[in-house]
Design a binder for this molecule. Structure first.
Ligand code: BTN
Length: 282
């Protein structure tokens, strides 16, 4: 096989020097590893010894052979097209729900700055709703977050926040079954974007948001997440294990849980769940 031709056919690699030179971050991303291929950046960081997982360490991959989505699903991404990265967050008290919101809000705010109409579908999906596409009532998925946690022998905890974002991917490059459900930054903007710059900006926002959370608590984060969340105000059906619950998504509580008002008037607090949005209430 002619490897040089195959190499040339691939898009540009993530550029570590470019990322670091645009990184406005005290900690997140200042230790940065970029790998050409790995089974999963999340799995790698969860498996590492504590002394090799300092707060803010980021591992990004150009390709994952066993990329993980939520609920045991695979995360699809061809080589060098998307952003696939995981961040180590060290904390004594922050819950996975709030950490997921740090990732989601940072991603969404940066996408909105670029002109992508990104919104949060609670708890961990980033979706983009294109008004002209009436068939896609709940928006198409553009990114997702997978938070894994682990208690450390020395106390405290390790959170690994894995983020997958569809960046420079044409419609034809998605597997057929995902085409009606997924989209990418380049599809929505009509041109490819510089992945290195995008990663630097997302990491900078995460750093700021995380520091704010640790220093001042979650109020500001929750207010931001409410404003970015498409789920609130909808009558929704939530898949919970084998069963399902229907109700109105009323609010996010101070831990990032969804407040669901059931038909009976009772309220349920949900930490996780697979949402099938039904319709807006107003
Ligand atoms: C979801 O199901 O929406 C979450 C997807 C998370 C995918 C990212 S890609 C980088 C990191 N490594 C993984 O194996 N998964 C996460």
């Amino acid at each position: 096989m002619d490897h040089s031709r195959a190499e040339r056919a691939l898009p540009a690699r993530l550029d570590r020097a470019r990322i670091l030179s645009h990184l406005a971050s005290q900690r997140i991303g200042s230790a940065l590893e970029i790998l050409e291929e790995i089974p999963s950046t999340n799995t790698a960081l969860m498996a590492r010894a504590p002394e090799h997982t300092e707060h803010g360490l980021v591992v990004a991959a150009e390709y994952q052979s066993e990329g993980k989505g939520r609920q045991g699903r695979r995360w699809f991404a061809p080589p060098r097209a998307n952003l696939l990265f995981s961040v180590v967050l060290r904390t004594t008290h922050t819950q996975a729900g709030l950490a997921t919101l740090v990732g989601a809000c940072s991603l969404i705010e940066e996408l909105q700055r670029l002109g992508v109409p990104a919104r949060l579908k609670w708890p961990n999906d980033v979706v983009a709703r294109v008004e002209s596409d009436q068939a896609i009532r709940n928006g198409k998925k553009i990114g997702g977050i997978l938070c894994e946690t682990r208690a450390e022998p020395a106390g405290g905890g390790r959170l690994v926040l894995g983020i997958g974002l569809n960046v420079n991917l044409d419609e034809a490059e998605f597997p057929e079954e995902l085409r009606p459900l997924a989209t990418s930054v380049s599809i929505l903007l009509g041109h490819p974007v510089d992945r290195s710059l995008l990663l630097a900006h997302i990491l900078g926002r995460m750093d700021q948001t995380w520091n704010d959370l640790e220093a001042h608590g979650g109020d500001r984060l929750i207010r931001k997440a409410r404003a970015l969340c498409d789920t609130l105000g909808h009558l929704i059906e939530v898949q919970l294990g084998q069963g399902a619950l229907e109700g109105v998504a009323e609010d996010l509580d101070s831990c990032g849980r969804l407040v669901l008002r059931l038909e009976s008037g009772a309220r349920r607090l949900l930490e996780i769940g697979e949402i099938r949005q039904t319709r807006r209430m107003d």
